[in-house]
Write a protein that binds this ligand. Structure first.
Ligand code: HEM
Length: 257
């Protein structure tokens, strides 16, 4: 049948004053790293981006330590050889597979797509009546709704639906048969503890899905906060300019009529 519309979720980054939730981005990065990174690359993101303003804002020391845990292919050196070295803050995330063919071969013929731009790449426009609401949203928020719904969307195939070999039934994937096996399960990723010794957020599939989606929304749009700030300043400027022009016009035309 038809692919269902993903439920509309609340995101901290939606709306004209939307901002990313730093703690959520940090948790989402942990989910990416411990779960998604074994199959999906993040090739447009450098380690140092993780400490820049408007993102997860890890400290520079944390980022250097993180980068050093990765092995980066480099070279050729003076002898003409390729070599491996520990990562540096300026390096990009290494991909889990050397190329598209290897990635496809390891995943039953379908390569896991790079996740750097994912929620934006899955943006879509909705028909009536959703577009009325969508006027107040960004289309990339629909993409975030979709990615979260997809990660939550694994279920038993309905009676009479045959899932082909190597496929998995997903409620929200177009056509319902996806090559990605259910990646998340409850309790899989340990979250930082608060003062009471409790996890900062529930260690559930739904929370993991929301957190990793928020993180990927940042990787897809690292300047979202700056863009919204500038948009607001532009509106304010236009408002002040309009008032000044109105009184200027009144003064100039005062003697006419
Ligand atoms: C596809 C996200 C973990 C293998 C995808 C897609 C997204 C995604 C958004 C694109 C779906 C679409 O085309 O609409 C994630 C996230 C993960 C994760 C956020 C971690 C929580 C994994 C893991 C594997 C994997 C661990 C490998 C075991 C794949 C494959 C595809 C895919 C093979 C292509 C599916 C197809 O075209 O049928 N993933 N993924 N993913 N993922 Fe993942």
């Amino acid at each position: 049948g038809e692919t269902p519309v993903p439920p509309q979720l609340k995101w901290s980054f939606q709306g004209p004053f939307g901002k990313f939730d730093r703690a959520q981005l940090q948790r989402g990065f942990k989910v990416y790293r411990e779960v998604c990174a074994s199959c999906h690359g993040l090739s447009y993101v450098s380690f140092r981006n993780l400490s820049q303003p408007g993102g997860p804002e890890f400290s520079e020391a944390q980022v250097r330590a993180l980068a050093a845990e990765y092995k980066i292919q480099d070279g050729p050196n003076e002898a003409g050889d390729m070599f491996e070295r520990p990562g540096r803050a300026a390096d990009r995330f290494p991909s889990p597979f050397p190329n598209e063919n290897a990635a496809a071969a390891a995943n039953g013929g379908k390569a896991p797509p790079d996740l750097s731009l994912m929620p934006k790449a899955r943006t879509y426009e909705r028909g009536f009546p959703w577009f009325i609401i969508d006027v107040f949203r960004q289309y990339s928020e629909n993409g975030a709704d979709y990615v979260t719904a997809l990660l939550n969307g694994y279920e038993e195939a309905p009676q009479g639906f045959t899932v082909p070999e190597g496929g998995h039934y997903n409620h929200y994937y177009p056509g319902h048969v996806i090559a990605m096996p259910k990646p998340l399960s409850d309790g899989q990723v340990e979250y930082p503890k608060n003062e009471a010794g409790q996890p900062q957020a529930p260690e559930t599939v739904d929370q993991y899905a929301r957190d990793v989606t928020a993180f990927l929304t940042w990787t897809a749009e690292p300047h979202l906060e700056a863009r919204k700030r500038l948009g607001f300043q532009a509106m304010l400027f236009l408002l002040v300019l309009s008032v000044l022009l109105y009184f200027t016009k009144k003064k100039i035309w005062a003697r006419v009529g």
